[in-house]
Ligand binder design. Structure first.
Ligand SMILES: Nc1ncnc2c1ncn2[C@@H]1O[C@H](COP(=O)(O)OP(=O)(O)OP(=O)(O)O)[C@@H](O)[C@H]1O
Ligand SMILES: [Mg+2]
Length: 332
């Protein structure tokens, strides 16, 4: 009867909707599509790890790139997402800042770095790298959500996510938008204040209900080498002004590791805060050169001590992820 009284026939509900209702429907569809993509992302990406620090400049981006490269050179399928929208420097560190992102069917295809590493960074979307990008909060967070929902990562063993310093909106937004994040790796430097910064980051992980996979101490000791009389003792003045002695071997070679920024702050922070210590990365001027030249230390010196230190950290991270190390600390 209703039909004979002029009610809209089935299928024409959309036609009868007001522009406002149409916009609402479109928004609901878009949200549904994004939700489906997020679920798919969770299934396709085995492990998702966020790299955070309480303080800027401690080496988060260097460590994120290093962890990703170390995993990728083991033959794993790895993605690296650079969430630092105002100062994205991951592509430069990998020498792929001129890469163009490929977009197809509304999906963004990542740039490809060394060892097949898939990279997404806001840097690819910025026309003039010298111009500061000023994003107001909601626009920035919207861009991040889009980043997450619209990237065609494909199947990955691991996705490493690099953040700007601090525990601001970005990690919160990512943790809400991306399901199934395994946990947080905290990067710190060796000084005593590291404890304070690490505590902040661990508390932040707690507030967003993510496990802390552990602490990495970056810019740990700096190793110097030389040669002198075989089987003798040499002495150098250390960073604190006191002499440090080393023995030469039968060929006259000696090496000494100097604690430029002290050492052990990361391990102490991990012990005190009862989270795993994932290892120390040496202070290596080659890392600075590599960051500027776009050739990460792992690529420039794959058999060197810095690459080995990254591999050791990755072994510990994987053990935490697989639960084969000490039980992962889930802070609730
Ligand atoms: N182990 C290291 N040895 C020597 N230099 C390092 C080491 N790790 C990082 N650096 C240098 O320190 C500087 C800061 O590193 P990086 O950009 O990775 O820090 P960040 O924590 O990501 O900084 P931001 O907080 O600005 O994002 C860079 O010049 C980098 O080359
Ligand atoms: Mg950074």
């Amino acid at each position: 009867m209703a039909e004979s009284q002029g009610a809209p026939a089935q299928g024409s509900a959309e036609a009868a909707a007001s522009p406002e209702q149409k916009a609402q429907m479109e928004q609901a569809y878009a949200q549904m599509r994004r939700k489906m993509r997020m679920t798919q992302l969770d299934e396709e990406i085995k492990h998702k790890v966020m790299v955070l620090s309480g303080k800027g400049g401690v080496g988060k981006s260097t460590v994120s790139v290093g962890l990703a490269l170390s995993l990728a050179r083991q033959g794993k399928k790895v993605g690296l997402m650079d969430i630092d929208i105002t100062g994205p420097n991951v592509p430069k560190m990998l020498g792929i800042e001129d890469a163009d992102l490929h977009v197809e069917d509304g999906q963004i295809f990542p740039a490809i770095g060394p060892h097949g590493l898939k990279v997404i960074s806001m840097a690819f979307l910025i026309e003039d790298p010298d111009k500061p990008v000023i994003w107001r909060g909601p626009i920035k967070l919207g861009a991040i959500q889009q980043f997450i929902g619209d990237v065609a990562w494909g199947e990955l063993d691991a996705l490493i996510i690099d953040f700007p310093p601090g525990t601001s909106d970005e990690p919160l937004t990512v943790s809400q938008a991306l399901p199934g994040i395994d946990g947080v790796v905290i990067v710190t430097t060796p000084q005593d204040v590291a404890l304070l910064d690490s505590r902040k980051s661990i508390n932040f992980a707690k507030t967003i209900s993510l496990p802390c996979l552990g602490v990495v101490e970056n810019m740990s000791g700096y190793t110097i080498r030389g040669s002198a009389e075989p089987d003798s003792t040499i002495s150098v003045i250390g960073p604190t002004g006191t002499p440090i002695e080393a023995q030469t071997d039968s060929d006259g070679a000696w090496s000494l590791t100097l604690d430029v920024f002290k050492s052990g702050g990361g391990a102490a922070a991990a012990t005190e805060l009862e989270v795993p210590f994932l290892g120390a990365l040496p202070f290596d001027p080659g890392i600075v050169r590599g960051g500027d030249d776009g050739v990460h230390r792992i690529i420039a010196e794959p058999d060197g001590p810095t690459a080995a230190a990254f591999d050791a950290v990755v072994t510990n991270v994987l053990a935490e992820l697989d639960g084969s190390n000490r039980p992962s600390v889930r802070i609730s």
